[in-house]
Design a protein around this ligand. Structure first.
Ligand code: NCD
Length: 299
C-alpha cells in the first residue's frame, strides 16, 4: 500500500489491519509520553487548500507521535496564491524528498491525479465532493469492532459530502448496511447504484438504526437553494431533541464535524450520552497514526 486516495485502495483485510493497529495507537495516545520511534527520519507534509481543524491537526499529531517530521502548508501563504499550478506545487515538494503528502483540495479526484505526478505517497484528506478515506476509517473505528449486519443511517447534505462516499464504500466492505437519508435535492446523482438504500423519511429510519450519522449542511458548496428554509430542513432532517426519543437506547450518534448545532444536529443530540462525536475526534489521531505507519513503515 503506497497511497490512500480512496477506500477502494484498501481490501477488506487491509482496512481491518488499519483498524486493528489503530487500537494499539489509541493505547499510545492515552500514555503521558506519546512518542513511538516508528517513523523517525521520515517527513510528512500536510498540504491543505481547504479549511480544516481536526483533520489537519490530527494528521500533524499522528506524524509527530510516530516521530516523523511534519510540516503544514495551507493555500493562503503558499505559492498557490501567486498562481503556481497544483502540479508545480506538488513537484516542488516531491523534489525535496518528502515521504508523504497529505492533501486536501477542492478538486474532486485531485489527489488521485497527483499520484501520477510524484514519487511520494499521497494521502487524501478530502478532495472536493469525492472522498475522505481516513474519516471513514475513523468513523468505523468509533462505531466498534464488528460492524457485520449493523444498520448505519447517514443523513444530511449527501450531495456535497466526501465523507458519505468513503463511508458507504468502507461500511459495505465491513458488512454493515447503510441507509442514506436526505431531501431529493441533496441526494447525489446515481445514488441508486450505490450499495445503500435511500430514504426521505428520517422518522421512519431512526428506530431501526445502530448508528445515526449526521452530516453538515455544507453552505460553502451550495450555489443555489437546496431546501426552502432552515426551519423546514430541521423539521424534516434535523436530529432534534424530540427525535432522539426514536433512537434505540444503545444507538450511537455520530457526526464527523464541524457541526452546525441547531441545524442538522441539535445540542441535545450532540451532547447526548449516545453521542460518539468526541470519540470520533480521538480516534482520528489513532487511525491516522495507523495509516501513516502502514504507508511509510511497511508491513
Ligand atoms: C468533513 C470534511 O471536510 O469533509 N470534515 C472533516 O474532515 N471532519 C465534513 C465537513 O466538512 O462537513
Amino acid at each position: 500500500m503506497k497511497h490512500l486516495t480512496s477506500i477502494n485502495d484498501l481490501t477488506r483485510d487491509e482496512a481491518l489491519a488499519v483498524l486493528e493497529l489503530a487500537k494499539e495507537m489509541h493505547d499510545v495516545q492515552q500514555r503521558p509520553v506519546k512518542k513511538l520511534p516508528a517513523l523517525r527520519g521520515r517527513t510528512v507534509i500536510n498540504l491543505f487548500f481547504e479549511d480544516s481543524t481536526r483533520t489537519r491537526s490530527s494528521f500533524e499529531l499522528a506524524a509527530k507521535w510516530l516521530s516523523a517530521d511534519a510540516i503544514n502548508i495551507s493555500a493562503k501563504g503558499s505559492s498557490a496564491s501567486k498562481g503556481e499550478s497544483l502540479r508545480d506545487t506538488l513537484l516542488t515538494l516531491d523534489a525535496m524528498g518528502v515521504d508523504a503528502i497529505v492533501m486536501r483540495h477542492a478538486g474532486s479526484g485531485s489527489v488521485h491525479q497527483a499520484r501520477g505526478w510524484v514519487n511520494t505517497s499521497m494521502i487524501n484528506a478530502g478532495d472536493g465532493t469525492h472522498e475522505h478515506p481516513t474519516q471513514a476509517l475513523l468513523d468505523a473505528y468509533s462505531m466498534g469492532a464488528d460492524l457485520e449486519g449493523k444498520l448505519v443511517s447517514i443523513t444530511g447534505d449527501l450531495l456535497h459530502s466526501r465523507v458519505v462516499r468513503s463511508n458507504v464504500l468502507l461500511l459495505q466492505k465491513l458488512g454493515a448496511r447503510v441507509v442514506l437519508v436526505a431531501p431529493p435535492t441533496l441526494m447525489p446523482a446515481g445514488v441508486e447504484h450505490w450499495p445503500a438504500t435511500v430514504s426521505h423519511d428520517l422518522d421512519e429510519v431512526l428506530p431501526d438504526v445502530d448508528v445515526c450519522m449526521m452530516l453538515r449542511v455544507q453552505r460553502e458548496r451550495m450555489l443555489g437553494g437546496f431546501f426552502p428554509s432552515e426551519r423546514e430542513y430541521i423539521a424534516f432532517y434535523g436530529l432534534t431533541a424530540p427525535r432522539l426519543k426514536k433512537l434505540k437506547p444503545d444507538a450511537m450518534i455520530a457526526h464527523p464535524g464541524p457541526m452546525n448545532r441547531g441545524l442538522e444536529i441539535s445540542s441535545a443530540a450532540a451532547d447526548d450520552p449516545r453521542s460518539i462525536v468526541l470519540n470520533q475526534v480521538s480516534a482520528g489521531v489513532a487511525v491516522r497514526m495507523s495509516v501513516l505507519y502502514h504507508l511509510l513503515a511497511g508491513e
